[in-house]
Design a protein around this ligand. Structure first.
Ligand code: TXA
Ligand code: MG
Length: 323
């Protein structure tokens, strides 16, 4: 039976309690949720996404007060970040409690946790009465969903219910920060909370060396070089020379003036006419999907983003989509 599409919070919460799979909206992207404390339910998440077991899941809570159900302790710097940025697009990796199944953390000693800034998501988790493990609700390695329709497009037959919460406000996944015993936190994944905002609060953080390459993917599971990928080939273009004339090309561009787009391109997606990175992020995955689904195109050319604010996360997603 294909997944039910509903706005009924109680029904969705009931499904989670029963160990079923419920996709739900957050402020970043749609998540594919299951009771984090039930190994069977979590295993179904991996199966539905065809996700390898070495890639751990984020545990979602309805409030920071629930942290002590899943983490051993909250270091001072984590407390400071939580007070400032939760609910919001910041995921913290903290020492896990025994009760969290190894399947959730891929056997790692740390569990990734966050409180989403979407009232419906928090209410869903609260009513379910359990912490909710949720990766993005897309087949492994593919484009992340920012609407209920995106989820149904690829996972309708693998999951039980989609709770429609409208389009996602931010549009890129949360920033993942590892809290370590000594020294500043490590940025495992740039995301919806900017590096600038974090550093204004706690000072310099550490970046993963060689982020995006094979060795980085071992320290940061899930940071695989190829990810967020369209079916079509995606090329990051700094200019339009050397473009094969026989190809039908779609273009993903940040704003109007960043490039003069030649006329041979039929389908151009401009992410923000005014050059607003937040607006660009909220349109990013949906635009990439439209280009990917357009049967009249052979290849997608994308222009890079300025590397400030959400541009860091967007360039990270582009680089992985291009592999
Ligand atoms: O915005 C988001 O974070 C969305 C929404 C649904 O909350 N979720 C999401 O989940 O993007 P996912 O599974 O697509 O990405 C989670 C990332 C992966 O790169 C994973 O490797 C990392 O977080 N991660 C999860 N648990 C971890 C852990 N225990 N240690 C280190 N990294 C972890
Ligand atoms: Mg994902």
């Amino acid at each position: 039976m294909p997944a039910e599409l509903t706005t009924d919070l109680n029904r969705a919460a009931e499904f989670l309690k029963q160990g079923k799979l419920v996709a739900f909206a957050t402020e970043t992207v749609y998540g594919l949720g299951a009771n984090a404390l039930e190994t069977h339910a979590v295993a179904r998440v991996f199966a539905a996404k065809q996700r390898p077991f070495f890639d751990p899941l984020i545990v979602h809570l309805s409030a920071a007060e629930e942290l002590n159900t899943v983490v051993e302790n909250v270091p001072k710097i984590a407390r400071q970040l939580i007070d400032r940025f939760w609910p919001g697009p910041l995921t913290l990796v903290l020492p896990k409690k025994e009760i969290v199944p190894d399947l959730v953390t891929a056997g790692l000693p740390g569990v990734a946790v966050r409180v989403p800034d979407h009232p419906q998501a928090r209410e869903l988790i609260r009513r379910s009465g359990v912490p909710v493990a949720a990766p993005s609700a897309n087949p492994f390695g593919r484009i992340s969903p920012t609407t209920a329709e995106h989820v149904l497009q690829h996972l309708a037959n693998e999951i039980d219910l989609v709770l429609d919460g409208g389009p996602c406000r931010i549009g890129v996944e949360s920033t993942v920060l590892q809290i370590v015993p000594e020294g500043p936190p490590i940025l495992l994944r740039p995301g919806g909370l900017t590096r600038e905002a974090i550093e204004t609060e706690i000072g310099p953080i550490r970046l993963l060396e060689g982020s995006g390459n094979e060795s980085a993917s071992q320290t940061a599971p899930g940071q695989l070089p190829k990810h967020y990928a369209p079916q079509k080939k995606l090329i990051i273009a700094e200019d339009w020379s050397h473009i094969p004339a026989e190809m039908r090309i779609g273009v993903l561009t940040f704003t109007w003036n960043c490039l003069q787009v030649p006329e041979q391109f039929g389908h151009v997606e401009t992410l923000s006419a005014t050059g607003d990175l937040n607006e660009a992020a909220s349109n990013f995955f949906a635009a990439l999907r439209r280009l990917d689904d357009n049967q009249d195109l052979d290849v997608i050319y994308a222009t890079p983003f300025p590397s400030r604010g959400l541009g860091l996360a967007l360039n990270d997603r582009l680089a992985r989509a291009a592999r």
